[in-house]
Design a protein around this ligand. Structure first.
Ligand SMILES: [Zn+2]
Ligand SMILES: [Zn+2]
Length: 493
């Protein structure tokens, strides 16, 4: 399933059998009705989008499973499809736009590798569990309260607005912005005490939209307290899957809604933390804005005794004029290397044929700190060991690909790939020991840079990448296939 990454068809879980497909056929995008997955029968889906597999009669289309690339068809569980549609107005969404947005999504990792076979993609954690928090009831900051009381600005035009309009505008704004607005206008301070406003945080496209099932509950809920308590989540870690899927669906909506003004934006993966501003105990995220004078990114990696992987310890941005920003530690005593260092090049040029003992010697504690050029930064590849942190990073630049820093074992790994028009932020999630867990980049499409030729990634053999600069179609999806494809019968990866 392109959204949740889980497989189809398992006799124990009926939700795995019902599916929706979005596919392209001679230039037209089609979304037929709900189908039934019943191997070894071929997939049959109703021609009529409103029909279902049990009522379609003879009016159906027979679908073959296509290889992962080129991608013509996306399969979704019916339950995932229904959740996705809930993010849109009842008129729905144009199939073409939807297809284009789905093209930007990577192959998601099958969630069973984190949480076991039975982890359902949509959990409904009970309210009581979410309300366990070590935080106090939120109160208005006394200093702010005094300032608001004193601050009576006669030219404040917001004073003329009725509460309903203030509520309606507040519903569209992120919570930190609403809270800051109080500093400029006293009229906005009412929202802090307004239950309707806090309830909007839990609507499907609101900040805590992954908790929207609580809106159906027939009981009084203190929404402000719930918001406050869920800034740091206190429930089972498998709920992170529900959050991840919600982030992805909200991105699909944002991408489609922003489309008329700008080219379709690229998917930000787990860098989309600002959608909800929540975190898990023992995890924190750091964001660095990419400055215009960025010249390089330094990455520390080292192999510790007892470990099979050279983990990424930290990374930092290097500016031409101005202080560098370091995310995570730079291991003291690490050997400083430039990426044109022959050793680093020769070890990594052939991908899988690196000599193990040479690699180990280079990465053994305190490891290396590699300076990578980043003037033309477009994104990054990274690999993550499961469970565990980031084990390898490679920068993607408009003209080439940097060397890869770090290396993984041969256990369970997932790969991510971000190719942006312009990188504006680098978001790194760390665990409590300070090791990066996720790295992501964020972008807003910039039409000026779109005219630059897009490099293409090609394959030669099974594990080797090289770049061509003949600049035809952007290669995002192909590269995603190389890094992430889980199709067992794929001959492209
Ligand atoms: Zn699914
Ligand atoms: Zn593939």
């Amino acid at each position: 399933c392109i959204l949740c990454g889980d497989h189809f068809g398992n006799m124990d879980d009926p939700w795995r059998h019902h599916l929706r497909v979005v596919y392209q056929d001679s230039g037209t995008v089609r979304v037929p009705g709900e189908g039934l997955w019943k191997p070894p029968d071929p997939i049959r889906v109703p021609t009529n989008p409103g029909a279902k597999w049990d009522t379609m009669g003879e009016d159906y289309i027979r679908l073959q499973r296509w290889p992962c690339w080129p991608r013509y068809m996306f399969e979704l569980h019916e339950i995932c499809w229904q959740r996705l549609m809930a993010h849109f107005d009842p008129e729905g969404v144009s199939p073409c736009d939807l297809y284009d947005a789905l093209m930007k999504l990577p192959f998601p990792t099958n969630p069973s590798i984190y949480f076991g076979q039975d982890a359902p993609p949509y959990e409904t954690t009970p309210l009581e569990q979410l309300l366990q928090s070590e935080r106090q009831q939120p109160g208005c900051n006394p200093e702010l309260q005094r300032m608001i009381a004193r601050n009576c600005n006669v030219t404040d035009c917001f004073r003329c607005l009725p509460l309903e309009i203030i509520e309606a505008v507040g519903a569209l704004l992120p919570t930190p912005d609403v809270l800051n607005t109080r500093l400029a206008s006293r009229a906005w301070s009412v929202l802090f005490h307004n239950p309707t406003f806090w309830r909007t945080r839990f609507e499907i496209n609101g900040e805590r939209g992954f908790l929207d099932y609580l809106l159906m509950e027939d009981r009084r809920i203190d929404w402000r307290l719930l918001y406050h308590s869920t800034c740091r989540l206190r429930c089972g870690r498998s709920f992170d899957l529900t959050i991840r899927l919600w982030e992805t669906r909200r991105w699909v909506r944002d991408a489609i809604l922003s489309k008329p003004e700008s080219p379709l934006m690229e998917f930000g993966g787990r860098a989309l933390q600002h959608y909800h501003n929540t975190s898990w105990p023992g995890r924190y995220s750091r964001t660095v804005e990419i400055p215009p004078d960025l010249v390089g990114i330094g990455i520390s990696a080292c192999l510790e005794r007892g470990s099979e992987t050279a983990d990424i310890k930290g990374l930092g941005s290097i500016r031409a004029n101005g202080p560098s920003v370091l995310l995570g530690p730079k291991v003291p005593g690490a050997r400083l290397m430039r990426e044109d260092e022959p050793e680093l090049r020769s070890l990594h040029r052939d991908g899988s044929t690196m000599a193990c003992w040479d690699l180990e010697a280079m990465y053994r504690y305190p490891g290396i700190h590699v300076l990578l050029g980043a003037r033309l930064l477009r994104g990054a590849f990274f690999h993550r060991e499961l469970p565990g942190g980031v084990t390898a990073i490679q920068l993607l630049r408009s003209n080439d690909l940097s060397v890869s820093v770090g290396y993984g074992g041969c256990g369970r790994e997932e790969g991510y790939y971000f190719n942006m028009d312009t990188v504006i932020e680098l978001v790194v999630t760390f665990d409590v020991s300070g090791w990066p867990l996720f790295v992501g980049t964020l972008v807003y499409s910039n039409t000026n840079t779109l005219t630059a030729p897009s490099p293409q990634v090609g394959t030669s053999g099974r594990s080797r990448l090289w770049w061509r600069s003949d600049g035809r179609a952007p290669s995002t999806s192909l590269s995603v296939c190389l890094v992430q494809c889980r199709e067992s019968d794929c001959d492209r990866c």
